[in-house]
Design a protein around this ligand. Structure first.
Ligand SMILES: Cc1ncc(COP(=O)(O)O)c(C=O)c1O
Length: 404
């Protein structure tokens, strides 16, 4: 630091970079911009003739490193090119991608049993902007084909598999095949699975989005999202510009927390799957339980499809109690170990009531049409000692039986 500078200048200027060794872990760059060694270098980086960071909204070394890691995981062992980009949340992954892909007159075709926020985004934000969204049963492939044939303006076929919270699956390869025949882009929300369990690119899907807030981070301390696309040019050009202009960039702190979570992704997903299978069997055999939705159970209507698309069955399940809504509420009040929280995919076991929480804004008819009943309880099975989870469920259910 120049000794002739004033006190305030000493406070403000950053000093010399004294790093003599490399950081073992990913450093966080909490900076809104990046300075240039010279005017000429600044001009070269701005013009694109030299690679480099400029401004935090356009990119940040911490965030870029995480984007690269997620792209590598989403394309792991697949012989393909792809580009990926972190954004500020799962919702911003969906909105950024849709704003980038859709042009006036374009329509979206999707399923009625999406995450409630996505349904609301399509109905309340995209539709009034002039991008109509059709909700249909994407398992009915003949019906989907009839719609694509009738409506050439359907540009995007959007799906979630397994869907939140019913765990209903759609056949990605079959939908991709139809979409390609009708010049339509496919987008899969892979939040429930993570690329360890399922890789939509393997089935030909064009774009994959994530709420990294969930399993990818796994520790409930970061909100962020991710978009990956097999069309590298489109990603680097249109989708990147949309992110930049809409200002939906991810901040380095959340990216860094996500990066730490990713280190244990495989271990966590294995344990989530193992614990969820035990919990699903326990619930299925319990007299107070009407039905369990877990794709790992032979009784799940999409078990075979899930086996084809997923490496493991994951940690998410939902179930209905014999006493419906009243029983479900009584059960949730009695839980002591499992935590009531409106999120999923964390290391601890989380319970949620979709009808009054995540799917509150979805019209009741659309909810019921898609089996998201008033009494349905969603369980995100954690990685704790499974006997503790089972013990809590048992005590909450047995207390309940004497009440209903
Ligand atoms: C399947 C799915 N996709 C997207 C989102 C939205 O993610 P975020 O809360 O990070 O915006 C959620 C949130 O619960 C979700 O469950």
């Amino acid at each position: 630091m120049n000794k002739s500078l004033g006190f305030a200048s000493h406070c403000v200027h950053r000093g010399t970079d004294r790093a003599t060794t490399r950081s073992h872990t990913l450093p966080i760059y909490p900076t809104s911009s990046f300075d240039f060694a010279s005017l000429e270098q600044g001009q070269r980086i701005f013009s694109g003739s030299e690679k480099g960071h400029l401004y935090g909204r356009f990119g940040n070394p911490t965030v870029d490193e995480v984007s690269e890691k997620l792209t590598a995981l989403e394309t792991y062992s697949l012989d393909m090119e792809a580009a990926g980009m972190m954004v500020s949340s799962g919702m911003s992954a969906i909105s950024t991608l849709m704003l980038g892909l859709l042009r006036p007159g374009d329509k979206v075709l999707t399923q009625g049993n999406l995450y409630g926020g996505t349904t609301e985004l399509f109905r309340s934000l995209l539709a009034p902007l002039g991008y109509p969204v059709h909700f249909t049963n994407l398992k009915d492939l003949d019906g989907v084909e009839a719609m694509l044939e009738k409506e050439p303006s359907i540009k995007v076929l959007y799906f979630e598999t397994p869907a939140n919270p019913t765990m209903a699956c759609v056949d990605m390869a079959a939908l991709v095949d139809l979409a390609r025949r009708y010049d339509c882009i496919t987008v899969a929300d892979n939040t429930f699975c993570t690329p360890y369990i399922q890789q939509p690119f393997r089935f030909g899907v064009d774009f994959v989005i994530h709420s990294t807030t969930k399993y990818l981070n796994g520790h409930g301390n970061s909100v962020a999202g991710f978009i990956a696309g097999r069309d590298v040019e489109l990603m680097e050009d249109t989708i990147f510009s949309t992110m930049k202009l809409a200002g939906t960039n991810c901040n380095p702190w959340d990216a860094w927390l996500l990066f730490n979570g990713l280190k244990t992704l495989e271990l966590r997903m294995e344990r989530h799957s193992e614990n969820a299978m035990r919990v699903a069997h326990f619930l299925e055999g319990h007299p107070a339980v009407e039905g369990v939705n877990y794709v790992g159970l032979l009784s799940h209507p999409d078990h075979k499809l899930a086996q084809k698309q997923m490496r493991r069955f994951g940690g998410m399940l939902s179930f209905e109690l014999k006493g419906g809504l009243e029983a479900g509420e009584a059960f949730m009040r009695k839980l002591q170990f499992c935590i009531l929280a409106p999120t999923m995919g964390d290391v601890d076991t989380l319970v949620m009531h979709p009808a009054s929480m995540s799917h509150r804004s979805v019209p009741r008819e659309l909810r019921l049409e898609n089996d998201i009943t008033d009494g349905l309880v969603r369980l995100s099975v954690g990685i704790e000692t499974v006997e503790d989870i089972l013990g809590d469920l048992e005590q909450a259910l047995s207390g309940l039986r004497s009440e209903v």
